[in-house]
Write a protein that binds this ligand. Structure first.
Ligand code: ZN
Length: 353
């Protein structure tokens, strides 16, 4: 794993609906590798390589959970809405970055000092409606002078660290890790028997919207989704519901709210992993979904399998993944893409006989 691209993607801002920085990084990264780069109507990034054989799409969403400014008070504090799902307890006293028309502005989600809280207040999580962002301004006029306005997107302050030889900590690894892997696979693939699409979708965190629009725009024959999934290997998790561990391999998603993998395709990938001695974990998730939950049904549907990197501290300011899980998934999917062809595709799509 080469972390340069991942670090660039993590340090950029890309709250759902505001993915321009990510789009530009991926464009620069793949413009010389692709035969064509296009965008769907919502702005999802689509790079194509080759023009023969089955159309194979590899997909990662480029947006991240964040916030949007909804009100500026007379005394210069910003109220905000959450974009995507957050736990209020993960937000207080964290530094944020606001992307304004005139550049970036730093701020903090203000907290109340414990000295000023009753015991009952301390026991009660604060609703995000009661929180505010402080950018150091004294008045609404000063906020305007700093270029901040209602509707500006906000994301956690960018951060990236390699903690050990295996562990990477950073903002928005959900799903910049998937974007980095999609780009890496696209660059490596030299299979002239398929038409390969690298897709980075917008607005996944608010309802798989870019998955729907890009699936319709490309109409691929088969889709592999790469995302992240809750790792349950820290204190406090129910290990039956959340079995994934960092460092034990990537996970193949067996079931979620909007998706069940194509069973033949799943079996081929499981067999391939076994033959290559690449570790694979399995997970189910009744309370969420990946872009696989649109690619499977749009435009007549197609075989889809979703892989997820086990991830600690999802939808917070920093999350953690394992480099070996990433590398193992890269090795497996690299081989899958290198060996896929029309004959294999016909076998996957044969439902009778
Ligand atoms: Zn995700």
């Amino acid at each position: 794993m080469e972390t340069n691209l991942l670090k660039q993607l993590v340090m950029a801002s890309g709250t759902s609906g505001d993915e321009q920085e990510i789009r530009e990084i991926l464009y620069r990264e793949l413009v010389n590798e692709a035969d064509e780069i296009t965008f769907d109507g919502l702005g999802s990034f689509i790079a194509r390589k080759g023009s023969k054989g089955p159309k194979v799409a590899i997909i990662g969403h480029m947006d991240e959970v964040g916030f949007i400014v909804k009100h500026v008070s007379e005394d210069g504090f910003l109220s905000f809405d959450t974009v995507g799902s957050w736990w209020n307890q993960s937000m207080l006293n964290h530094r944020v970055e606001i992307r304004t028309g005139a550049g970036k502005v730093a701020g903090i989600i203000g907290s109340i000092a414990p000295h000023a809280l009753s015991e009952a207040d301390k026991a009660r999580p604060m609703e995000h409606d009661a929180m505010f962002i402080d950018i150091g301004a004294d008045s609404a006029e000063m906020v305007a002078e700093m270029g901040v306005a209602v509707g500006d997107f906000v994301c956690p302050e960018p951060n990236f660290a390699e903690l050990t030889q295996d562990r990477i900590l950073g903002k928005a690894l959900d799903n910049r890790a998937g974007c980095a892997l999609v780009a890496e696979l696209f660059k490596r693939c030299e299979n002239g028997e398929i038409t390969l699409y690298a897709v980075a979708t917008v607005q996944e965190e608010v309802g798989l919207r870019g998955a729907q629009t890009s699936a319709e725009a490309i109409a691929p024959d088969i889709a592999i989704v790469i995302d992240t999934m809750v790792a349950g290997d820290t204190p406090g998790f129910d290990r039956i519901k959340f079995p994934l561990k960092l460092g034990s391999g990537a996970a193949l998603a067996l079931f979620d709210k909007r998706y069940i993998p194509h069973q033949k395709l799943k079996q081929d990938l499981v067999d391939m992993a076994r033959n290559m001695a690449e570790p694979l974990q399995f997970c189910t998730m009744k309370t969420g979904a990946t872009d696989g939950g649109r690619y499977n049904v749009m435009g007549g549907g197609r075989p889809v399998v979703a892989f997820c990197l086990p991830t600690r501290y999802l939808h917070a300011n920093s999350s953690m993944i394992s480099r070996s899980d990433y590398d193992s998934l890269a090795t497996l999917l690299d081989h899958f893409l290198a060996t896929y062809n029309a004959e294999k595709h016909a076998a996957i799509c044969r439902y009778i006989g």
